[in-house]
Each structure stands twice: as structure tokens, then as C-alpha cells.
Ligand binder design. Structure first.
Ligand code: ZN
Ligand code: ZN
Length: 308
């Protein structure tokens, strides 16, 4: 084992199928995506020019934070990886908050994400930037006929009828967020509080699929191209420690060291104090001890084998 060496990314494993053409996408399905962007971005510019009330911007900040937390704590660390435990009611709350981001249903998301780890950066990884390029991995893959998913990949959660119902009504949570912002803060609440923050939360999330496999440092030789990136970690409440995560996906904590800010983990720890969650899984002692190099990306370590 060599120290002070950043593990090289593995060689590309392109099969020749990686080029996407316009025929691969369901363009009509992108109309809502474009509409949200137009309303959100131009609405925010209009809000600056016309002096939208502060409450609308605060609403955007709150909606971004709450829904990003739902996504990273719920969709990712709970439903995809089961890195902590909670009760049936808070499980549903996490699913609802995450689905408020309008990123399809909780079971669709978890099933695709489990496959991402199983096939990371191979041609069977539907959003690998190594295989398909930036834009496809960022958001194009969602419109690449990926509506269907293998329900067998999430059978640990399909036994909850409320999750199955919510899955089929996946547009209901974002509509509820939109209506709530309109009823409480009017048009500026809807445009900035909901549409603008939805645009931001989308791209914050998408960067983990695209940039976090391209941009940043590698502490562990994981066999894929995952990276650690402090900027992405701040944007996504801790998801930017993606190389750590691919190395030890059974850990709820993704910022392995004190300097690796992981807001989602801190919030879950606080929720554990009041008994809402429990059984939070930490990186193993072996991972922490052997990976405690002072500079991120400084130690070459074998990747831990973890179940998806
Ligand atoms: Zn993951
Ligand atoms: Zn990844």
C-alpha cells in the first residue's frame, strides 16, 4: 500500500453504446422540466428587479433545506442504503419531503440508486458521466425511458402500502408544496419559494450524479470514479463526500472526519437525541483509522465491500 498517492480512476469501460442521440430521449416529458426552469429562473430575476418580499426568499431557503434533507436523509441514506432506523410515521414523512423535490417516487429513486452502486460507472450505470457524458448523467438519463424500475430491488419497502400509494401519486407532494407556498405567500411565494428553489434543489441533487464522479479528490480506490468535493457537500448537505460513500455505503455518516461537513448527519444525530431516528451507522473503526490521512485524497486504501 502506498501512502500520499491519490488513487487513479480506473480505465474507462465504454462499450461503444455510450453515445446518446436525440432519439433516445422522451422530449415531451421534458416540458414540465423546462417550464419549472423558466418560471423559477426568470421569476427569481423578476423578483430581484421588482423587489419580491423577503418572505418569498426565506421560503425558498426553507423549501430548499427541508426538501434537500428529505432527499439525502430519506431517499439516499434511509431508503436506498438503510443506514439508520426510524418508525413508520417518520419514514413516511421522509418519503413525503423527498418527493417534494419532484424527483419521481421514493421506490423509483431507491431502486435506481441501488443499481448505481451495483454497476457504478459501468455501462449498466444509467447516470455515469464516465459512460454517458455530463448532461446525460446530470439530467438526461431521467428522460431516457427510465420510467420503469425493478420493484424487486426495493422489496424491503414495497411491503408498506402507504409507500406504494405515495409512489403512484408521486406528483402529489410537490403540488402540496406549491399550493402551500401560494396560499401562505401569494404569487412570489409560489414563483420564488417553490419554483426557484425546486430548480436549485434539482441541480444540487443532479451534481452528485454528474460532477461527483468527475470533480474532486479520491481517498479510496473504489473501482469507480467517485470523488470527494467539499463544495458539492455544502450544496447538498453532505452528499459531496461521494468517494467516502462509495467506499463505505453502509455508513450514514458520509463526512468521515470533522472537517468534512455533513449537515444531514448532524441533523440525524439531533433527531436521534429526541428519539425520531436510531441505529445510525458510522464508518467502521478500521475505515476511520486507516483513512485518517491529514489531507483529503492522501491515502490509498482498498475499497470496503458493502452490500447495496
Ligand atoms: Zn448511495
Ligand atoms: Zn455515485
Amino acid at each position: 500500500m502506498k501512502l500520499l498517492e491519490i488513487p487513479a480512476a480506473p480505465p474507462l469501460r465504454r462499450s461503444g453504446r455510450h453515445a446518446r442521440t436525440w432519439r433516445d430521449y422522451e422530449w415531451a416529458s421534458m416540458i414540465p422540466l423546462v417550464a419549472v426552469h423558466v418560471i423559477g429562473v426568470f421569476g427569481a430575476i423578476a423578483g430581484v428587479v421588482m423587489g419580491a418580499p423577503t418572505s418569498a426568499w426565506v421560503c425558498a431557503l426553507v423549501f430548499y433545506g427541508v426538501r434537500m434533507f428529505g432527499l439525502t436523509a430519506g431517499y439516499h441514506r434511509y431508503f436506498s442504503h438503510r443506514t439508520f432506523k426510524t418508525g413508520r410515521v417518520f419514514q413516511l414523512v421522509l418519503a413525503f419531503l423527498a418527493m417534494g423535490t419532484a424527483q419521481r417516487g421514493v421506490l423509483w429513486w431507491a431502486a435506481h440508486h441501488r443499481d448505481h452502486h451495483k454497476f457504478a460507472d459501468t455501462e449498466r450505470d444509467v447516470h455515469s458521466p464516465v459512460q454517458w457524458g455530463f448532461w446525460h448523467s446530470h439530467l438526461g438519463w431521467v428522460y431516457d425511458r427510465n420510467d420503469d424500475f425493478d420493484w424487486g430491488r426495493v422489496k424491503d419497502f414495497t411491503r408498506y402500502p402507504e409507500l406504494v400509494v405515495l409512489e403512484k401519486l408521486w406528483l402529489a407532494p410537490p403540488i402540496i408544496f406549491a399550493v402551500a407556498s401560494f396560499l401562505t405567500l401569494g404569487w412570489w411565494g409560489l414563483i420564488i419559494g417553490f419554483f426557484f428553489s425546486t430548480t436549485l434543489v434539482w441541480h444540487g441533487t443532479f451534481t452528485i450524479n454528474s460532477l461527483a464522479h468527475v470533480w474532486g479528490t479520491r481517498r479510496y480506490a473504489t473501482g469507480d470514479d467517485s470523488r470527494n468535493n467539499w463544495f458539492l457537500a455544502l450544496l447538498t448537505l453532505g452528499e459531496g463526500w461521494h468517494n467516502n460513500h462509495h467506499h463505505h455505503m453502509a455508513s450514514c455518516r458520509q463526512g468521515f472526519f470533522w472537517w468534512e461537513v455533513d449537515v444531514t448527519y448532524y441533523i440525524l444525530r439531533a433527531l436521534a437525541l429526541v428519539g425520531l431516528v436510531w441505529g445510525i451507522r458510522e464508518p467502521s473503526r478500521r475505515v476511520l483509522d486507516s483513512g485518517s490521512a491529514p489531507q483529503p485524497g492522501a491515502a490509498l486504501l482498498p475499497s470496503a465491500q458493502q452490500p447495496a
